[in-house]
Write a protein that binds this ligand. Sequence first.
Ligand SMILES: N[C@@H](CCC(=O)N[C@@H](CS)C(=O)NCC(=O)O)C(=O)O
Length: 258
Amino acid sequence: MSRFVLYNAPQSTCSQRVRYALHAKGMAFEEHKLDLFSGDQLKPEYLAINPNGVVPALMDDGQPVLDSAVILEYLEDIAPDVSPLRPTTPVEVAEMRAMMRFIDEVPTPAIRTPSYNLAFLPHFQAMSDEAFQALCDSKPLRREFLMRMGKTGFSEADMAEAMGRLRRGIERMSLWLKESGGPWLMGAQLSLVDIAVMPVIVRMDDINLGHVWDDHPEIGDWLDRIRDTTPFAQTYYHGALLTEKYPHLAEIRAAKAI
Ligand SMILES: N[C@@H](CCC(=O)N[C@@H](CS)C(=O)NCC(=O)O)C(=O)O
């Protein structure tokens, strides 16, 4: 059995961060794919690993390490010299962590709203009110989020708020690229900041929200650049994009490309 076991889901943005970092650092791992719509993340055996009932969870020799941003830092802590993804001076590390906090406060939670409205909602619409409420109640981390969505989806106001946050995320990335001189968000080296925000940008592009950076071509260039890295293809295997699972999103995307 491998030292590292990753409990995750192909399309989960938080899982994609961790898959990318593991591949970038050349760490072999055993992957367990959970079906989030069948409730694998809420089964007692998984809750014993992660009481928050979300993916990812990384097991290191049987010891659970939880939360994608924590896991990214953990991988650096245990293998700082293998393909480093963190700067070395305390000031730069503090700067990197502040950037990651911004990502986790602003764009990362915001991407869930359009993802649910545009892709995941049908999974809930056929449920009875009682079954839906029971599902909400069973989620340690996402109870209120799901209740706010309800069976009819997030309101226009919620969508507008999420789009505003995503826009602010794009503007901040653009500023970081300008300040650091690129090509990565902290300058010459790809870092945990790039990995932390990557799934949000890939998801925006996937669900046809790439127009948000029409006025910021440097974001499109950054996306092309990270797509060209070797760990990207290993992370985004078939089934990791929503357009690969939800045909209606692929149709919208194809229509826009004409
Ligand atoms: N802060 C946590 C959030 C994890 C999270 O929200 N995971 C989502 C997938 S990206 C999940 O497992 N959702 C399952 C659910 O809502 O039931 C992390 O970064 O690991």
